[in-house]
Ligand binder design. Structure first.
Ligand code: DGJ
Length: 731
């Protein structure tokens, strides 16, 4: 049993293998948060609180004349609003009389085997059959707003999911202005906030800052989870390292506007709230209506590394789906940086033959293949091949590529339209725009209104035709602008605040339909690189193009930041040409491969432009990757940055689950004359076992490698990479 109700103190404990989450109903009917951290057996934890008369904090009516109980000074499972809890709210609502007050009290709870369902939304799956559900019902009696708090407990995975269903049990409508998915409170301690920010070509850079007094927030109002902020935050003890210290993660399974807010309040507690972004959000709950706030995947671990490993495993096994989610991902070559829009059947076939000869398994025809697509100003919406570029047709090109032995994949950007397209000429009203106002352009394109079912059906229709008529094994699903002009012609004025969430539900419906209809197709998500790299998209696309920046030195930070939450199997990473197209930097092809091979691996360059030696090196790299791939896809990942701090190097380690194999990678970002040597200690090996260090021709014990450590040879040249394979030879 991973959920335990104790009648004596009305407490509910959510138990995972290594953690406990503890809440209880107090004598005033409020559901209080008492503890989240290392595993404890259930016991009365109300002793953790002491009550004082706190000036200007107010006392709820339920407390009678008790002036020591204030909503402001207690930790709650779900914040009330308008009744003295002045911290960031989880909910903002407006009753039919205009009041913004909800005093939510416990009504009942239920413990069920299995995981609750969230129809229409991505959600962690009960893959191991060990999940349990807790549903706690709260109600505000005057407005009859009813809130269902959902918890899914994944004992073996050490993870808990959270979601909230808002229900209007009254006869009049209620407007939700903010509908949070979870509220997490840490009553005591000194905390840091670790979040992942960036921009196009520089996604998910980790930034660790102290939690301050006041509100810190990251989020997106771009209609996509965005390059600027990832919907994943970590709260960690100020002393926490990779190996030790309390660390809590909140990851959103949502791909649109979001807000992750953290508040350090006056008495020292911290509240974190994850919600769909509320700047333009507003949802009208008709009598009897419900709104489901998307799911949050919450984890606790001792140390950042363990927390990341828990997320990696859960995403890989319980979020990603389809034939490929646990399987080998084909090594691919993508035409984008090789040819951009300059596509011809001859050029593509030449690249494909060269790639196949080097052992590459999948050819991806990127942007530029369809009618009217001479550059990025036209064509989106007209998803038929361009007869000028492919005079023999797409089928003939695919046949030519399949004859090389490779699989074939293709790029699409179905949620967009160019005004210069037949689709737009036929359906100008399908784009998001307010009538009478010409919508803003970005990349010269407009965004289709996916809140409309006819638009969803159109996308399902043309994608079904594409995937049925052609021999396609892979789809790259792109999304190349942020959303503006949010207005749907099919919704009344008072529901315009629902458009973005409805559009996201529309996309999820489209992707659910297509991935169910074509379970063998590998879908890779993309949004100008990693602008929609989130766990919501990973439910449909088990890998996502991590960044348009393919420079390996830039990728070190991007991929390190990504690794805090997301497993390597989800991280699309390619070797491109030198000098790099984004930065102009030249790096050795071995370094480019060492970085790209820490993800879903591929190439993206014109193979005619490189030397015969480099081509031979690619042949070896592909073979090596195929050998290492199970370890990369499934191994336990250790960031070794704390080991090599101050050494101008990035280092990381993969260790197989059974500790039989490991792979160390170190990349130097600068080299120096007469430099000190890089020394680091391995992690996660079997201390009793003897390991062969392949590239060294040495054998050493796990204990020596983890305690005494390992000294690298002097790294020289421009941006050198060093890789070391370890294999257990004796137990
Ligand atoms: C943005 C993607 O991230 C690139 O890889 C490429 O597919 C372009 N779009 C094509 O327009």
């Amino acid at each position: 049993m991973s959920i335990i109700y104790t009648e004596a103190d009305h407490s509910i404990t959510l138990q995972t293998r290594d953690s406990s989450y503890h809440m209880a109903v107090d004598s005033y009917g409020y559901i209080r948060h008492l503890y989240y951290g290392k595993r404890l057996e259930p016991e009365d934890l109300f002793y953790l609180y002491r009550y004082y008369d706190r000036a200007f904090s107010g006392n709820p009516r339920a407390a009678g004349t008790d002036r020591t109980y204030s909503m402001y000074a207690v930790c709650q499972e779900f914040s009330n609003t308008g009744v003295g809890d002045y911290r960031i709210p989880t909910l903002r609502m407006k009753s039919s009389d205009g009041a913004r007050i909800a005093d939510l009290r416990y009504v009942s709870h239920e413990i069920r085997n299995g995981k609750y369902a969230l129809p229409g939304l991505p959600a962690v799956r009960d893959e191991d059959g060990d999940a349990q559900t807790l549903e706690v019902i709260l109600r505000d009696e005057p407005s009859k707003l009813t809130v269902h708090l959902l918890y899914g407990v994944f004992e073996k995975k050490n993870m808990i999911t959270r979601a909230v269903i808002y229900e209007n049990a009254s006869e009049k409508s209620i407007v939700l202005e903010k509908a949070g998915s979870c509220c997490l409170e840490l009553p005591y301690g000194n905390w840091d906030l670790l979040h992942f920010h960036g921009r196009h070509n520089r996604e998910r850079a980790p930034e660790r800052v102290p939690v301050m007094h006041g509100v810190q927030a990251v989020g997106s109002c771009r209609g996509m989870s965005s390059h600027q902020h990832n919907p994943f935050i970590i709260l960690c003890d100020r002393r926490a390292t990779e190996d030790h210290g309390d660390c809590y993660g909140l990851m959103y399974l949502y791909s649109s506007n979001f807000r992750a807010e953290v508040e350090g309040e006056q008495y020292g507690s911290v509240r974190a709230v994850m919600s769909p972004g509320d700047e333009t959000f507003c949802w009208r709950l008709q009598p009897g209506g419900q709104f489901t706030a998307p799911e949050v995947l919450m984890g606790y671990a001792d140390g950042l590394t363990r927390l990341s490993q828990q997320y990696h495993r859960t995403i890989r096994e319980n979020i990603c789906r389809g034939a490929y989610h646990l399987a080998h991902r084909p090594v691919l070559i993508n035409s984008w940086e090789a040819a951009y829009f300059d596509i011809s059947a001859e050029r593509i076939l030449k690249l494909a033959r060269q790639a196949a000869d080097l052992g590459i398994e999948l050819f991806v025809l990127d942007d530029g293949w369809f009618r009217g697509r001479k550059d990025d100003n036209a064509g989106l919406g007209d998803w038929e091949y361009d007869p000028e570029k492919l005079p023999e047709g797409l089928d003939s090109l695919i046949t030519g590529i399949r004859e090389t032995g490779m699989l074939f994949g293709i790029w699409v950007e179905p949620e967009m339209v160019n005004e210069d397209s037949d689709l737009y000429r036929a359906h100008p009203d399908w784009a998001l725009a307010e009538p009478g106002r010409a919508p803003a352009r970005s990349r010269n394109q407009l965004v289709l209104d996916l809140s409309r079912e006819d638009v969803q059906d159109y996308i399902i229709g043309f994608m079904t035709r594409l995937l049925t008529e052609y021999d396609i094994s892979y789809i790259k699903w792109d999304f190349n602008r942020s959303v503006m002009d949010v207005y749907s012609r099919l919704l009344p004025a008072e529901q315009q605040g629902e458009v973005l969430h409805r559009a996201m539900l529309g996309l999820y419906r489209v992707l659910e339909t297509l991935t169910t209809r074509f379970p063998k197709v590998l879908f890779e998500g993309c949004s100008g690189g990693g602008g929609r790299f989130d766990a919501g998209m990973l439910y449909y696309t088990p890998q996502i193009w991590c960044s348009d920046d393919t420079d390996p030195i830039e990728r070190l930070t991007i991929q390190k930041g990504t690794s805090f939450g997301y497993p390597l199997s989800t991280v699309g990473a390619h070797v491109s040409i030198a000098p790099n197209h984004q930065t102009g930097r030249s790096t050795p092809i071995s370094t480019r491969a060492a970085v790209a091979a820490t993800g879903a691996f591929g190439y993206e360059l014109d193979l005619s432009l490189i030397s015969a030696e480099e081509q031979e090196e690619i042949r070896r790299q592909v073979q090596q990757y195929l050998e290492d791939e199970p370890l990369i896809r499934q191994g336990l990942y250790y960031r070794l940055g704390e080991e090599t701090e101050g050494m101008d190097a990035f280092s990381w380690l993969l260790v197989s689950e059974n500790q039989d194999q490991a792979l160390l990678t170190v990349v130097a970002t600068a080299t120096h004359g007469n430099a000190p040597l890089i020394h680091l200690r391995f992690k996660g090996l079997d201390p009793e076992a003897l390991y062969e260090l392949r590239e060294e021709g040495l054998k050493r014990s796990g204990a020596a490698l983890m305690n005494a450590g390992y000294t690298l040879p002097m790294l020289t040249g421009d941006y050198p990479a060093f890789r070391l394979h370890l294999k257990k030879v004796r137990h």
